[in-house]
Design a binder for this molecule. Structure first.
Ligand code: DC
Length: 218
């Protein structure tokens, strides 16, 4: 079974996707990680993420193990890392270079320990539209920019990172704009996706709603 969970930054995709993966014995692929890996790879080399030649070279050499190594970098989940990821993700050649890696994962889905999974939960921006247009269940979750910025701000504080709510809000809006207006695979729900606004919902409520949708399909 393939489930896609798309939506803007900090809509709650990660928490929802990992809970679903656990419940349905599916592997979890956070596709934002590969864009973050390319972004952080460039940052660590002192390269501007807008440098399309270098970004493409990094994307072409990206592997799962390199991505996991880069995920340990302090900027992998920071605002700087998020902005860099959004910038490289807006470049069409980078998206093309990273597509096969994402699609191939569904051919032989595995958990981190190498055991076989019954399918995949993909989390991203274009997983229902581009990566897996034939997914069994497509969900698009969203929330207001203010609610999402507050969630991100709290996450940063909990991790002991410096954070200013107004700055996080401005960057959330900036990323939304870039993610939804880029030329290739802009952030938008697939025609057959079910849209859920999580602004006023607790994670358990979102989870229960999505489980009901999945259960009605299997
Ligand atoms: O989900 P995230 O915040 O980790 O994603 C980081 C960036 O990567 C985000 O700004 C847009 C990009 N992204 C994308 O363009 N397509 C995806 N499938 C996943 C992420």
């Amino acid at each position: 079974m393939i489930i896609t969970i798309d939506g803007p930054a900090a809509a709650g995709k990660g928490t929802l996707s990992s809970k679903l993966a656990q419940k349905y014995n599916l592997a979890y692929f956070d596709t934002g990680m590969i864009y973050r890996a390319v972004g952080v790879d460039l940052i660590t080399k002192g390269v501007n993420p807008d440098d399309e030649t270098q970004a493409l070279a990094s994307a072409q050499s990206m592997t799962f193990s390199k991505m996991m190594d880069l995920s340990k970098h302090t900027d992998f989940r920071s605002n700087l890392g998020g902005q860099a990821a959004s910038k490289v993700a807006s470049q069409t050649p980078v998206r093309h270079a990273l597509l096969k890696m994402q699609q191939d994962f569904a051919l032989n889905p595995q958990f981190e320990n190498g055991q076989k999974a019954d399918g995949v939960v993909y989390d991203g921006r274009d997983t229902g539209t581009v990566v897996c247009p034939n997914a069994d269940v497509k969900i698009f979750i969203t929330a207001s920019p203010e609610v999402r910025a507050m969630r991100r701000h709290k996450e940063f504080i909990e991790k002991g990172l410096d954070s200013d709510y107004e700055e996080v809000l401005a960057q959330t809006k900036e990323r939304d704009l870039r993610d939804s207006t880029r030329a290739t695979a802009p952030l938008k729900p697939a025609d057959d996706a079910i849209i859920i606004d999580t602004s006023n919902l607790a994670i358990e409520e979102v989870f229960n709603k999505v489980c009901a949708i999945i259960d009605s399909k299997i």
